[in-house]
Ligand binder design. Structure first.
Ligand code: PMP
Length: 398
């Protein structure tokens, strides 16, 4: 017998970054009897299945050879033209050539990391921060440095101080209805952030998958639209939350040189995003009324958010705090008096209700009493029942 030499191990970065704790929790809570406030999933009963089926039908009937063929890395011109018109309509002048279609906005994050980051480069993030962004910057070997936040998001004064010290390559933020907190950065802070980036010379990655899910108030302008930071901001958008996440369609709007660098990174990653899915989305945007569809989602989610806000005072112990997000999918809770949200989860799951503990989202010392509640996937009566179960779980746990 010849000796067998084992293959080398996987790269150290895989174990250094590790799996997403949220995805692990989702696996634990996937039982159908669990009322699940943990997932960040859009409500599947609101998908416009008919509209999408019709769009795929038309694409595969009208021009199947094109829809099924390889295509350009930049993405379907009809789709980019439609997205550019939507962005322009919302106050950010954009042409189709300013855009790169990505396989979900998650891919845009990976491409930006490849295009911009050397190992050891500093990336500034909101603390707490979207987890898969932390994974992405971790894979790039970046040094991730947290910037403190309050109920209005990132603190521009702290940002300036940290940026002066750390000399970051980029700042990553979700300024509107953030994941995990649901917070929105006010206009004044957006301008301050843009100015700090201009003064100190770093890129801004403005991730905006939730902006169209607004239930109250007026939209804040994108940081990408601020003249101070227009030359250094990459804006990420997505069809996941307004159409369907399974399409895996997102886009990146970035200054020319950075966009070209991302195109090169994408050639190596997947050549291009699915041609047939892009064509179907473009067709959907032409034949269906996406704005009317989004309005329908908004009104259902507003009702669900309100049901959760109405149920929280009775469900949570005295001294708990939570915010009232004006949109998005998440609400951020802080439990009082040393109550540990990670330890409480096991009891909650026994009571058939789930949430995501806040701790994994932090880069600096976590707030152990924090947790994220998603209000989108259950109808109001189930939300009420879920909160009753949570109240019982807390009672049992204490
Ligand atoms: N950014 C943020 C802040 C998110 O919450 C998500 C999805 N949960 C994404 C990006 C990725 O979205 P997608 O790839 O589906 O567009």
């Amino acid at each position: 017998m010849r000796p067998v030499t084992p293959p080398p191990p996987t790269a150290a970065r895989v174990s250094a970054v590790g799996p997403s704790p949220v995805r692990e929790i989702l696996a634990l809570t996937a039982r159908p009897e669990v009322i699940n406030f943990a997932g960040g999933l859009p409500a599947p009963e609101l998908f416009d299945v008919e509209g999408l089926r019709a769009a795929y039908d038309r694409v595969l009937t009208a021009n199947p050879q094109r829809a099924l063929q390889y295509s350009t890395t930049e993405g379907d011109l009809d789709l980019r033209t439609a997205v550019a018109a939507r962005l322009t309509g919302r106050g950010l002048a954009t042409g189709p050539d300013d855009l790169l279609v990505t396989t979900g906005s998650q891919q845009a994050l990976a491409l930006l990391a490849t295009a911009l980051l050397e190992p050891g480069d500093v990336v500034l993030v909101e603390d707490p921060c979207y987890l898969a962004a932390l994974q992405c910057f971790g894979f790039a070997g970046a040094k991730v440095v947290p910037v403190p936040t309050d109920g209005d998001g990132i603190d521009p004064a702290a940002l300036a101080e940290i940026a002066r010290r750390e000399r970051p390559k980029l700042l990553y933020l979700v300024p509107t209805f953030q994941n995990p907190t649901g917070r929105t950065l006010p206009g004044e802070r957006r301008r301050a952030v843009a100015q700090v980036a201009a003064d100190l010379g770093f890129w801004i990655v403005e991730d905006d998958p939730y902006g169209e899910l607004r239930y109250d108030g007026e939209p804040e302008p994108w940081i990408a639209a601020d003249p101070a930071a227009a030359d250094r901001t990459a804006l990420l958008g997505s069809f996941s939350k307004i159409l369907a996440p399974g399409l895996r369609l997102g886009y990146l709007r970035a200054p020319a040189a950075l966009r070209r660098a991302c195109v090169i990174a994408k050639q190596a990653a997947d050549l291009h995003t699915s041609t047939v899915d892009q064509a179907a989305a473009a067709r959907y945007l032409r034949d269906s009324d996406l704005d009317a569809h989004v309005a329908k989602i908004r009104s259902a989610y507003r009702e669900r958010r309100d049901a959760m806000l109405a149920g929280l005072p009775a469900a949570l112990p005295a001294g708990s705090g939570w915010n009232q997000p004006a949109g998005g999918m998440f609400l951020w809770v802080t439990l009082p008096g040393g109550l540990d949200a990670t330890a409480l989860l096991a009891t909650a799951v026994e009571h058939e209700v789930a949430y995501v503990p806040g701790a994994p989202f932090f880069v600096a010392a976590p707030d152990q009493g924090a947790l994220r509640l998603s209000f989108t996937t259950h109808a109001p009566d189930e939300i009420e029942e879920g909160l009753r179960r949570l109240a019982k779980a807390i009672e049992d746990h204490l």
